[in-house]
Design a binder for this molecule. Structure first.
Ligand SMILES: [Ca+2]
Length: 389
């Protein structure tokens, strides 16, 4: 693949242990905070714990960032990402460009701001990039929308709103956007702190939405004339498709505990607010993983690189849990066979994970989001190399 971090950076490779202490962010959980546990979930095949944590190396790709929320690689190897206060930025040839790709007028309040970014499947031809952000409407209400920009030589202009009217709030704004293997744009939205909206099919809050790249509604969406794809979500922030069968997985923040990983099926209700975590009501889809206490899962990605032990595994980052989880699925791809938190050491809150064209995982820290303990060089984009220890 064309993308490569500059060779001299290879010399910076250090084991995760050394990195965490070097960067002064080996922060331990407060003594009074319960250590997250990773329970087996009732009704699924009993997970077989992976015997030991995978060896990892961690490399700094970019630092001194401000809440890098979402990563998107272009086919030419450039890495576009958002910073929540409103900037789209770029790592090119392994170097962070100081000049933003664009600075957007958004409302950065609480958890809200500039969140998701996705590149058009035809990006090499049309240079369209898509973002999800919060703004204030004329009455001062916080709202979310999806907009498209056109990139040229590292600058993005000509903003065009393609989906609007997503209720927003200081918390629970969802915000992940990704193109699926079907070429449609999927969007996670939060309940905007109004749980009733998640069970209301007429609201775009608390949903996973599916639209065409131009903002129109696909004819094969489950609800006629609606962008709603699934409902009953509280605050989903991660999307990833299993390359083996095309099934969509989503991570979701529960209230106090009951964080979820779900397999997303068109038209289904995922329970919020009637059911959180596992339920026994067949009107609602149960998650395949539940976390109590909360780990706050965010970005998600499937691994398709060369490291055999990880191939076909689902990875997701956690904010409160400050880790990357590796999930091994059963051969039918519908249940969890095993999972492990990967990091032995704390890099802090982790917001997004994607797979780079070089076959390595890239994650972002979120230590300047108001809930973390930032080190001097936070926030960062990190590259995770497996199996080198
Ligand atoms: Ca649920």
């Amino acid at each position: 693949m064309p993308f490569s971090i500059r060779k001299k950076r290879v010399s910076l490779l250090i084991a995760g242990v050394a990195l965490a202490s070097l960067m002064g962010c080996g922060k331990a959980s407060p003594a009074n905070e319960p250590t997250p546990t990773y329970p087996s979930t009732p009704g699924i095949t009993s997970p077989t714990p992976t015997p030991s944590l995978s060896p990892l190396q961690v490399e700094v790709v970019a630092d001194s960032l401000e809440v890098p929320w979402s990563l998107a690689f272009a086919p030419d190897g450039r890495l576009f990402f958002t910073e929540r206060p409103g900037r789209i930025r770029l790592v090119q040839n392994g170097r962070l460009l100081s000049q933003p790709v664009a600075t957007l007028e958004i409302a950065a309040v609480g958890e809200a701001g500039l969140m998701g970014i996705a590149l058009d499947p035809e990006f090499p031809r049309n240079h369209y990039l898509y973002v999800y952000y919060t703004y204030r409407d004329p009455r001062g209400n916080l709202m979310n929308r999806v907009a498209r920009l056109t990139e040229s030589d590292g600058q993005a202009t000509d903003l065009k709103v393609i989906l609007d009217g997503i209720p927003g709030g200081q918390i629970h704004d969802g915000g992940r956007i990704k193109f699926g293997p079907d070429g449609k744009l999927y969007i996670t939205t939060g309940d905007a702190s109004n749980s009733a909206l998640a069970r209301n099919l007429n609201s775009l809050a608390g949903k996973i939405l599916r639209i065409n790249a131009d903002g129109s509604i696909p004819a094969d969406n489950p609800f006629l004339g609606s962008s709603v794809y699934t409902w009953g979500h509280r605050n989903p922030q991660g999307l990833a498709w299993n390359p083996k069968d095309g099934h969509l997985f989503a991570t979701e923040h529960g209230p106090v505990g009951n964080d979820e990983v779900n397999i997303i099926v068109a038209g289904q209700n995922y329970g919020w607010p009637q059911v959180q975590g596992m339920g026994d009501d067949n009107r609602y889809v149960n998650p395949i993983l539940v976390f109590t206490p909360s780990v706050a899962p965010s970005g998600a990605a499937f691994y398709t690189g060369d490291y055999v032990d990880w191939q076909g595994n689902l990875f997701f980052t956690t904010l409160r849990g400050e880790n990357i989880h590796r999930v091994v699925l059963t051969p039918d791809g519908k249940q969890v066979a095993a999972h492990e938190p990967l990091l032995k050491d704390r890099l802090g809150r982790l917001r997004d994970v994607v797979m780079g064209p070089d076959g390595f995982l890239y994650v972002t820290t979120s230590n300047r989001d108001g809930r973390g303990s930032p080190a001097a060089n936070d926030d960062r984009i990190l590259r995770i190399l497996p199996g080198k220890g």
